[in-house]
Ligand binder design. Structure first.
Ligand code: ADP
Ligand code: MG
Length: 625
């Protein structure tokens, strides 16, 4: 055989990245086992998958397994698999760039992880390079299926910036990776220790993992299986303990927290499938990212097909993790076909309904736990009313809100709670959107509602304004923003109006006319209002206009929008208004009206377009008084 040894350098940044990784993973060093075994399991699963269309790929050896051997003499551990193996090109590509997916996202995130919660580090797939945490040299020997024995490839590196690639002879298909341990890591040579680690990280892997045992008496070697290699989801519920479920979850997701709940069903009938789904108790730090990997794995008749399947769940349930195992799909299904497949669409529908049902159960049986769920995932769940029209009613009933009434106990209410507490004459579900709870609570728009004892939902999530475009009705009650000019709110003020008969109507009309003339195009209209008690005036949005909060969102996103034209609503019962009304000096009157408008805009928007003008108007008044 010709020796064609070649030297390569890692990409320039690799050495440095490697150092950072090795240092930050030092207290978690045993995760290299998890990484290498999961790579082996992936390689075997890829082989199973290819065998569906080409049985020859097994080379008459279809008993796939992962084997671990140690050598005290060489101070080395070898992890071998009879999976798909790698070609020369693949070796260089996959092992030559440290910036592979898993490693890269890990390195991005370590900046965010502090020393104390070091444990979290275990959550990330850090990949093949984790070998160098314990090894001073790594030797990879690999051969793909169906090529001659002497077309094996050998890759070698000390993790210091260079690697070499050579050819070799390899009888067994697949990959074997030998780690030459650093002097202080020799305790990894103990079988007991290896068993414990493998059990901790990879017990759920349904491929047998074997370790080589040496029997001193008979002086013989034998293989011993160290994982249970059961596909938990295929067992009956009655055979699985809560502890098993939780253990399986942790292994499946690498999450250190326990799940809030799990949903396990064997479904038979038109569709045949098993689902084992989990709702985590903590949201990942990048839950917002819609491009996030999905936590669902697809199996077909126990054969692993692919992970990160998005098609089984709507986006607003993207925090759900677990396994779908179905009998209804062809084994050779591709990601592209998944998009179009009718069965997948049916599965998605059925799974979605089941998750929502389970959330409803949780809500009923354990409201406290439900609130924990809500606090972690509520803001993602709020995408639901827009995305899933079919389940809108049940999604709506699962939403939670702050409101005027929750101020006392810092609780959250459901729409059903809200409707139960509506006043008899109240027609709609009222809400206000704002940047924060406190600023909404003190907003003059709520004065009337507080006085009448009518609750108003207070929405302060960024997504809320958008959600409310889709949430228009619940149980035949329409939603109504309190900052919008609407007859249902005006009707609530009738009593106030009646009580104030002493107001001279004609006088008021003249007053309003004068204000309109002064403000001109700056406002849409000027009106009297009886909904205020402590505030002289507010601005309202016309029902066909964009709301203030929506405009802010658009502006923040860098979009151009036509500025809102507000309706200025004046409280004729307020002392300040009475005072302004009586001013004869036209210049002074104009100054007051201009200031009044600026005040109301400040209260509505939280900021002014031209603060200096506001200050000037104020100072003018101080000087004239
Ligand atoms: P990741 O698993 O996230 O892709 P790794 O660094 O763990 O990143 O592995 C890089 C790549 O090397 C894998 O995607 C795979 O293509 C290849 N690889 C690693 N180990 C094996 C193996 N035992 N058999 C076949 N290919 C492997
Ligand atoms: Mg990997």
């Amino acid at each position: 055989m010709k020796n064609k040894k070649k030297n390569y350098k890692f990409l320039s940044e690799s050495k440095q990245l490697l150092d950072i990784m090795i240092n930050s993973l030092y207290s978690n060093k045993d995760i290299f086992f998890r990484e290498l075994i999961s790579n082996s399991a992936d390689a075997i699963e890829k082989l199973h998958f290819l065998s569906i269309s080409n049985a020859k790929i097994y080379e008459n050896d279809s008993k796939t397994k992962i084997q671990i051997t140690t050598s005290k003499i060489n101070k080395s551990i070898t992890i071998s698999d009879n999976g798909i193996g790698m070609t020369e090109k693949e070796v260089i590509e996959n092992l030559g760039t440290i910036a592979k997916s898993g490693t890269k996202s890990f390195l991005k995130s370590i900046k965010k992880i502090s020393e104390e919660n070091n444990k979290l580090i275990g959550k990330f797939g850090v990949g093949f390079y984790s070998s160098f945490i314990v090894a001073k040299k790594v030797l990879v020997r690999t051969r793909t299926a169906n090529v001659p024995f002497n077309e094996g490839i050998m890759w070698e590196s000390e993790g210091k910036g260079e690697f070499t690639v050579n050819n070799c002879t390899k009888k067994n298909r697949g990959t074997s990776i030998t780690l030459y341990l650093k002097e202080k890591e020799l305790d990894f040579l103990e079988n007991q220790k290896i068993k414990k680690i493998v059990n901790k990280y990879t017990d759920h892997i349904s491929i047998p993992i074997e370790i080589q045992n040496y029997d001193k008496k008979s002086k013989t070697y034998s293989w011993k299986k160290i994982n249970t290699a059961k596909s938990l989801w295929t067992l009956k519920k009655s055979e699985i303990s809560d502890k098993d479920y939780k253990k399986f979850y942790k292994k499946l997701t690498n999450d250190i927290h326990e799940p809030i709940l799990w949903i396990h069903n064997h479904v038979e009938g038109k569709l045949e499938y098993i689902n084992l789904l989990y709702i985590p108790s903590k949201a990942p730090w990048d839950i917002w990212n819609k491009e996030n990997k999905s936590g669902l794995k697809l199996y077909i008749k126990k054969v692993f097909i692919m992970e990160e399947i998005k098609q089984f769940l709507p986006n607003y349930l993207r925090f759900v993790k677990g396994i779908i195992d179905t009998h209804d799909l062809p084994l050779n299904i591709s990601r592209e076909i998944l998009q179009e497949n009718k069965i997948i669409k049916k599965l998605k529908k059925s799974i979605t309904k089941r998750i929502l049902k389970n959330l409803q159960n949780l809500e009923k049986k354990n409201p406290k736990k439900y609130l924990e769920f809500w606090n972690e995932f509520g803001s993602v769940f709020k995408e639901g009313p827009a995305e899933d029209i079919e389940n809108k009613e049940i999604i709506s009933s699962l939403l939670r809100f702050s409101s005027i009434s929750t101020k006392k106990n810092n609780n959250k209410i459901s729409l059903i709670n809200y409707i139960d507490n509506m006043l008899e004459k109240q027609e709609k579900i009222f809400y206000i959107t704002s940047d924060s709870y406190d600023s909404a609570y003190d907003n003059p728009h709520l004065e009337l509602f507080k006085k009448k004892g009518i609750d108003v939902l207070i929405l302060t999530d960024r997504i809320d304004e958008w959600m409310m475009n889709y949430l228009t009705e619940f149980k035949n009650k329409k939603f109504q923003s309190v900052s919008i000019n609407d007859s249902s709110i005006n009707r609530l003020t009738e009593e106030n109006e009646k009580n104030k008969k002493n107001i001279n109507n004609n006088d008021c009309l003249q007053f309003i006319k004068k204000i309109k003339k002064i403000l001109g195009e700056k406002v849409k209209d000027v009106r009297l209002t009886y909904r205020l008690t402590e505030t002289p005036a507010i601005v309202l949005t016309d029902s066909n206009e964009m709301s203030t909060q929506m405009e802010k969102l658009f502006l923040a996103a860098g979009q151009n929008v036509n500025p809102i034209k507000y309706i200025l609503a004046i409280n004729p019962n307020h002392k300040l208004i009475e005072k302004i009304k009586s001013i004869k000096d036209e210049k002074l009157f104009k100054n007051w009206i201009d200031l009044l408008l600026e005040q109301t805009l400040l209260a509505e928007r939280g900021s002014l377009e031209n603060p200096s003008n506001f200050i000037k108007l104020m100072n003018n008044l101080y000087l004239t008084n």
